[in-house]
Design a binder for this molecule. Structure first.
Ligand SMILES: [Zn+2]
Ligand SMILES: [Zn+2]
Length: 156
């Protein structure tokens, strides 16, 4: 199995670096309000790893507790959002890295959308992935693929 390879990433200024070992536990577009707020973005894309797969180096990341037990990590110098992290049931302490902080984010291909009901109406992606009501692993699939209404269009 391919459980030995590593991927690296870090913040914009390079002060906080990380390495993850082995296969991720899912790559998901998250439309939830909290993720969008933390990143200042219309959607974020996250890759999940268990605590024993993750190593940080360089400066300590800062953690903002967005709700009890949920940390949102960022670089204290440049402010780059890095993770959602916290206890996640059977997975133990779990990290969801914002994939755009990886050095090679193109290698992490999304397989689902989470919190589809919180998606900003004017934003969508033309994939055919399942769209879940909440966290993808324990919520119903609402539909596949993009919506056909609510998106802006050219005037002419
Ligand atoms: Zn930084
Ligand atoms: Zn989210």
């Amino acid at each position: 199995m391919s459980d030995k390879y590593a991927m690296t990433g870090g913040c914009m200024c390079g002060a906080v670096r990380y390495e993850v070992i082995g296969d991720h536990h899912g790559v998901t577009h998250c439309h939830c309000h909290s993720c969008r707020k933390h990143n200042g973005a219309p959607v974020v894309t996250l890759a999940g790893y268990k605590n024993n797969q993750v190593r940080f180096s360089g400066d300590q990341r800062k953690i903002y507790e967005s709700s009890p037990g949920v940390g949102r990590a960022f670089c204290g110098y440049c402010g780059t959002p890095l993770t959602w992290e916290g206890e996640a049931g059977d997975l133990g302490y779990f990290f969801e890295f914002h994939i755009s902080t990886f050095d090679e984010p193109e290698k992490l291909v999304p397989t689902s959308h989470a919190f589809e009901p919180e998606r900003i109406p004017w934003f969508d992606i033309a994939d055919d992935l399942p769209r879940y009501a909440g966290f993808s692993e324990d919520s119903p699939v609402l539909h596949h693929g993009p919506v056909t209404e609510g998106l802006p269009s050219r005037k002419a």
